[in-house]
Design a protein. Structure first.
Lengths: 253, 410
């Protein structure tokens, strides 16, 4: 029954992924994101209620939660007409990840929580929220690089595309990282406390997450600008992708 | 409802005017009026509105008074205007006004100043219901076109394109510092455009220090020599160059290496002032005159596409105006017909006074009312339906003529 909510969310996100391709339909796309997000929020609420705790314990479940966090972050930062191309960059991967979550059973309801420990719940929630913010930062950085290149090449249609100004993109990228890094810090701290409680060793995923933290921390200390800042933001996102896809299997067993 | 004069239909709109499309500037300048003068001119022909700009002078009047308006404009010009005047009525006049307010009749499609001028002309005079309605619709359409289409957003000149491109890098130009190289007219125009968007002209560099100081003083900046370019570059965000120098005045090596902010260069000189290698530097963007003209050509093409969307909106607005105007004729005609029928009924019933009992009279009143209602129902419905089409006025006129209602309405 709860999986019925998956379909309107997917339709909303899917419609946005296509509709952002044209300026004429970008308003329609934004409505798709909003309605899809509402449907997925309902899905998550029902999952939480039926499981009686934290039902996103598996890799697929955490992907479901991650998708919702990315879309939430996008709705806060980038859901505006001038950020149409950001929507075009964010929504297709969102659709893909959401389908993967569904195929892995991440959108089904579970009988009980696999994470009775508060620190584990905090660890997963905070780290995923931080990763969602870094994902959006990468999207903004990608848009920055693309627009910068078009300005460098003196593309004649640059004004007609009605893109956000370069410095706005740079500022928003920094802001997304500034907000997300403390979340990652708290999430890592919660994870370390949990490890100490269980006497578990630190696995490769956790080391990679610490490396990600160091990279973004270095970003905030050095405060690079222009292309360097964009490359760093994208580099950090690449670390997240590797850690989520390549190493997550061992971490979630 | 105020009317222009006896026997004039208050739902007729007339436009008489001349514009840049046909009339040369020598004629247009004879009839151009300031806001107050235009209002005074319109009052003499009240109810009327006079829209007068450097590109057009137009009289909008309630009622078919084409000849009066043409005569007034001819007298104002002091010579015959027959070859350049256009005369439009009703829906055509309304469409013209809507297109003017939307910027579709301007030299540059979508220019924004005309909407303010239409509003100014509208607010300067007392209007009757027809003129009030058509001008309010025109102003609302002008706003709608500018918010729902991109017709007015794109720059239409080299200097405005330069400012728009700078804004594409920095966002708001408020507080951005500009270095102007060369004290010539073209560079000054580009700098003025930037200044109008909030940028500060921080430095003016020129071979002649006096010329640099003179121009810098007008913008509140500092005049510097060409030797001080490297120093000035470290302190600015935008560089506008337009000298008459035969070679480059700025090389890539002159640009400070360690910067934490972008530098936007605009080279509108021919031959070029700025070394093209500047564009290769990290964080530097360089547009020369060819690049700017290509951007303007692209945006003007975009404006034409947006203008087509605006034309559709204008036609929709004319349809709304037509329906409203038709209702002005139809509704009074229906009311008049019913009143006329009721008057006949009342008169005939009055003749039965004292000849029938009260019960019989009541019965006759009821029956005659039913007959009247049934007879008038279909014509009333059909006239209301016709009000939604172009035939509404014709139906109303036919009803007035057939039932002799003209005298009644006077």
């Amino acid at each position: 029954m709860v999986e019925v909510l998956f379909w309107p969310a997917l339709i909303g996100y899917g419609e946005a992924a296509f509709a952002y391709a044209s300026p004429r339909t970008s308003r329609l796309a934004t409505w798709g994101v909003r309605l899809g997000w509402l449907a997925q929020t309902a899905l998550l609420v029902v999952q939480a209620e039926r499981s009686g705790g934290f039902p996103w314990a598996t890799f697929a479940g955490s992907l479901n939660l991650f998708v919702w966090l990315v879309v939430s972050t996008y709705l806060i930062w980038g859901c505006r007409p001038r950020f149409r191309l950001l929507g075009l960059a964010v929504m297709p991967p969102v659709v893909l990840l959401f389908v993967v979550a569904r195929l892995g059973g991440g959108t089904a309801s579970e009988a009980g929580s696999r994470y009775p420990n508060l620190f584990l719940v905090l660890h997963v929630g905070l780290v995923l929220a931080a990763f969602a913010g870094f994902t959006l930062a990468a999207g903004l950085a990608g848009l920055y690089l693309w627009e910068e290149r078009r300005l460098k090449l003196r593309a004649t249609d640059i004004l007609r595309l009605r893109l956000p100004p370069l410095q706005s993109l740079e500022r928003l990228t920094q802001r997304a990282i500034v907000v997300s890094l403390p979340l990652l810090t708290l999430g890592l701290a919660a994870g370390i406390v949990r490890l100490r409680q269980q006497d578990d060793p630190t696995d490769p995923l956790e080391w990679l997450t610490i490396a990600t933290w160091l990279l973004y921390g270095g970003f905030l200390v050095a405060r690079p600008s222009g292309r360097r800042a964009a490359y760093l933001a994208i580099g950090g996102f690449a670390l997240i992708v590797v850690s989520r896809l390549a190493l997550a299997g061992g971490h979630f067993t | 409802m105020a009317v222009a004069g006896a026997g004039v239909s208050a739902s007729e709109l007339t436009l008489v005017g001349l514009s840049h499309h046909v009339a040369p500037v020598e004629l247009r300048e004879r009839v151009v009026l300031g806001l107050d003068e235009a209002a005074e001119f319109a009052r003499a022909l009240a109810p009327a509105v006079c829209l007068s700009t450097c590109n057009r002078t137009e009289l909008y009047l309630a009622g078919d008074r084409e000849d009066s308006a043409a005569a007034a404009l001819t007298e104002l010009a002091g010579e015959s205007l027959d070859s350049v005047l256009y005369r439009l009525h009703d829906d055509d006049a309304a469409l013209h006004l809507f297109r003017v307010a939307a910027g579709l009749d301007s030299l540059v499609p979508g220019e924004g100043e005309i909407l303010g001028q239409v509003r100014g002309a509208y607010e300067a005079v007392e209007r009757d219901r027809l003129l009030d309605r058509v001008f309010r619709q025109a102003i609302a359409l002008g706003k709608r076109v500018r918010s729902e289409t991109a017709i007015g957003e794109s720059p239409a000149s080299v200097s405005s394109a330069a400012a728009a491109l700078a804004a594409q890098v920095f966002g708001e130009l408020e507080g951005r510092r500009v270095l102007l190289i060369g004290a010539g007219r073209i560079g000054e125009l580009a700098a003025s455009n930037l200044a109008s968007r909030g940028a500060a002209i921080a430095y003016v560099a020129n071979r002649s220090p006096d010329a640099a100081r003179g121009l810098a003083g007008r913008f509140g900046g500092t005049g510097v020599s060409l030797d001080a370019l490297s120093t000035a570059l470290a302190d600015v965000d935008v560089v506008v160059s337009s000298t008459g120098a035969p070679g480059f005045v700025l090389h890539a090596s002159d640009v400070p290496a360690r910067r934490h902010h972008p530098l936007f260069f605009i080279d509108i000189a021919v031959p070029r002032d700025l070394d093209p290698d500047v564009a290769r530097l990290d964080g530097c963007f360089l547009y020369d005159i060819d690049d700017l003209e290509a951007v303007v050509a692209e945006t003007l093409a975009g404006r034409r596409v947006e203008a087509e969307r605006a034309e559709v909106l204008a036609l929709e607005e004319v349809q709304r105006f037509r329906l409203w105007r038709a209702s002005l004729d139809v509704v009074p005609a229906i009311a008049s017909l019913r009143a006329h029928a009721e008057e006949i009924r009342a008169n005939e019933l009055a003749k039965l006074e004292g000849r029938v009992s009260d019960d019989e009279r009541a019965h006759l009143e009821s029956v005659t009312l039913q007959i009247l209602n049934k007879l008038l129902h279909l014509p009333t419905v059909r006239m209301k339906e016709a009000a939604a089409t172009a035939d509404g006025t014709a139906y109303a006129d036919a009803v007035r003529h057939l039932f002799g209602l003209e005298e009644r309405e006077r």
